[in-house]
Design a protein. Sequence first.
Length: 334
Amino acid sequence: MSKKRVLSGIQPTHNSFHLGNYLGAIKQWVELQKDNDTFYCVVDLHALTIETDPKLLENRTLLSVAQLIAIGIDPKLCTLFIQSHVPAHNQLAWVLECITGFGEAGRMTQFKDKSQKGGADRTNVGLFTYPILQAADILLYQADFVPVGEDQRQHVELTRDLGQRFNNKYKEVFNIPQPQIIKSLAKINDLQDPNSKMSKSAASMTGVVELLESADTIIKKFKSSVTDAGKEIKFNEKEKPGISNLITIHSAFSGKSINDIENEFAGKGYGDFKLQVAEIVVEALNPIRTRTLELMDDKAELLNMIKLGSEKANLIAEKTLSEVYSALGLIAKG
Ligand code: TYM
């Protein structure tokens, strides 16, 4: 049986990934490398929708590549690349923009949230077309599966719609992908606001646990996490969102079931539990932080490690793009 094609991406919009990115997406990426044909990209063009100092963006892109490798993304097993190294992403995005309805793009909830927060004057057109560039990222590689967190489901649905629309209108060029979302990890919540997802754009970072921060800071963040009324360690997302979020995090790192965790902490208080979760997280993140910093010591070597990745990505992307252009009636260069 031929291997399934998997594609996913992550934005270099922050100095460090956070626990939501790690548990909701990247941990799956590592697993999927073994038995699938995997493509992972750092989507630096998407990050331009947020104005960033150029030096900072450069550093964050490298830090993103380094973190992915430190977590276990292996450039020898998968195709790891930087989005802007493959021009076909922008080229296909334009084609897809021409078959996307204005209203359809305006219904994307992430766009609505972000543009409402920023107001019309601070919202750029790139933010509006963002999901269409994401659709191009996915369709170019004929992906079967897109491993992401729940917040990206709508963008993958749009990708499916656009792929199908193109296929029906012009020619069967695109494979139609499916989102791959692990239900229990699809939404890791903010430690201070356990009804909202942990997010890079949170107003305060006190509830956001970053992979590269120090053990002391991580412990402090868990110790001050918001918990719920009552004192039992029980999983109940509605009544105990804070404790349930901590149980999910514990389970993801320790590999223990929710039931086993509840039994282990029966009769113990919230304080003990928070400290235990913090210690498990610190222990797991420590080697990731150390390895990331080592990799960042030699930036040229880091880029060298993914050079083959962008060459391979370009070959596949160009092939799909030329099929698209030909289906549209655009004349080949000859
Ligand atoms: P980004 O960079 O915001 O996040 C990267 C991945 O982390 C997941 N994630 C979460 N999962 C669980 N709980 C959370 N609190 C949490 N926060 C983030 C996201 O769902 C995502 O999988 N638009 C994408 C980047 C992108 C992309 C693509 C993804 C661009 N092109 C093509 C897949 C395929 C984004 O902003 O992810």
